[in-house]
Design a protein around this ligand. Structure first.
Ligand code: NAD
Ligand code: UD1
Length: 350
């Protein structure tokens, strides 16, 4: 056992966390997963172990349960944490804001308390481009002001603030082991592992574009509503920066490695955009999907969805410069891998 490389993955059974587990195991890390399985299934972790032919350790624990989480830290020689656990449905967060603040913000507070008690102070946090809120510029750089526009987004912004405060406190009262934190702001993660064994398994009718398109193509849903055809974008539909989930989790490995370099020797908390750096419209997604799969995607135009921005995408230059990371996969790869996952697992993990 190489205890110098043991990573705790909170939310490791989820969509992004399970892909991170594969990448970590393949990179030689020991992986300990904590997940309450609220939005995931253990089957994902079984498949992670099949793909990699390596074991991981799993605890069905809620990160808000201080005693159980502390127990995990006491048993396992954790050296750093990738923190994916959280709730992520924007619409639900507007209906049930306290559920989101309690799970995401309070859950992170408990995690940080337990980490501090165990003197484990290296953290990679799943943030989101949603923290940029509304901005006049469409290509986001990390120095833009934060201003989320819904409760989900505000939980991410609050956690970011909290992590910056934690790191700033080290400067006031210098610590032998300062906090080393990477805030990774994801753009739009889609795709699945190339094996087709793990992927996104949304509950009920999906809210996000890619799972919806996939379920229309396979005949589970009748028709896609394209929200808005009159945006000031080249074809009138919304533009986003889609990123392959495997590229995304590779960014996490780069970040965890960077936390151990000279750059973070004195500690620090730094945000990085993880995106491809280019925008893609809803119609481009549909067109690529039809080309790659040979399936027709039935769609019709519908009014704009409340809260949607016309267009935004990442400036990923900082991640390249400081983490040595950039995307490698194309939109075609994202569609092909999503489709393989969907065809092989029409009922998800069920
Ligand atoms: P997901 O729902 O598939 O995974 C989250 C996992 O966390 C699930 O397995 C869930 O059971 C677990 N979990 C939730 N609350 C928990 C708690 N209190 N204790 C223990 N486990 C808990 O979501 P995902 O798409 O994999 O997202 C992972 C992270 O990335 C989330 O924090 C999300 O907000 C963030 N993020 C996701 C996207 C995206 O588009 N998927 C974009 C930006 C940021
Ligand atoms: C959504 C979340 C955002 C989160 C991100 C993660 C909302 C309002 N925002 O962003 O907080 O960080 O996911 O990936 O939920 N679209 C359609 N028809 C559909 C679904 C989507 O036309 O049925 C369009 C949307 O209008 C948008 C694009 O497709 O232009 C992408 O939508 P989606 O996948 O939901 O992601 P975001 O809205 O960018």
């Amino acid at each position: 056992m190489n205890s110098a490389k043991s990573v705790l993955v909170t939310g490791g059974a989820g969509y992004i966390g399970s892909h991170a587990c594969v990448e970590l195991l393949q990179a030689g890390y020991r992986v300990v997963v904590v997940d309450n399985l609220e939005n995931s299934k253990f089957e994902a972790l079984k498949r992670v172990q099949e793909i990699t032919d390596k074991p991981l350790t799993f605890y069905q624990v809620d990160i808000r349960d201080h005693a159980s989480l502390a127990d995990v830290f006491a048993k396992e020689a954790i050296t750093s944490v990738m923190h994916f656990a959280g709730l992520k449905a924007v619409g639900e967060s507007c209906e049930l804001p306290l559920k989101y603040y309690h799970n995401n913000v309070y859950g992170t507070i408990v995690l940080l308390q337990v980490m501090a008690e165990a003197n484990v102070k290296q953290l990679v946090f799943s943030s989101s481009a949603t923290v940029y809120g509304t901005n006049p510029q469409v290509q986001y750089t990390e120095d833009l002001p934060i201003g989320a526009v819904n409760p989900y987004g505000r939980t991410k912004a609050m956690i970011e603030d909290m992590l910056r405060d934690l790191s700033a406190a080290d400067a006031i009262k210098p610590s032998q082991s300062p906090w080393k934190i990477a805030l990774l702001r994801y753009f739009n993660p889609i795709g699945a592992h190339e094996s087709g064994r793990i992927g996104e398994d949304p509950n009920g009718i999906p809210n996000n574009l890619m799972p919806y398109v996939t379920q229309v193509a396979i005949g589970k849903l009748a028709q896609l509503s394209v929200f808005g055809d009159d945006y000031p974008t080249p074809d009138g539909t919304g533009v986003r920066d889609y990123i392959h989930v495997v590229d995304l989790v590779k960014g996490h490995i780069k970040a965890i490695q960077a936390l151990q370099t000279e750059k973070f020797a004195a500690g620090g908390c730094k945000a990085y955009n993880l995106g491809a750096g280019k925008g893609c419209s809803v119609l481009e997604i549909i067109g690529t999907f039809e080309k790659i799969t040979g399936r027709k995607v039935n769609y019709s135009f519908a009014p704009r969805r409340a809260g949607d921005l016309p267009e935004y995408y990442a400036n990923p230059a900082l991640a390249l410069q400081e983490l040595g990371w950039q995307v490698e996969k194309t939109l075609e790869d994202m569609v092909a891998d999503t489709w393989l996952w969907q065809v092989n697992n029409p009922q998800g993990y069920n």
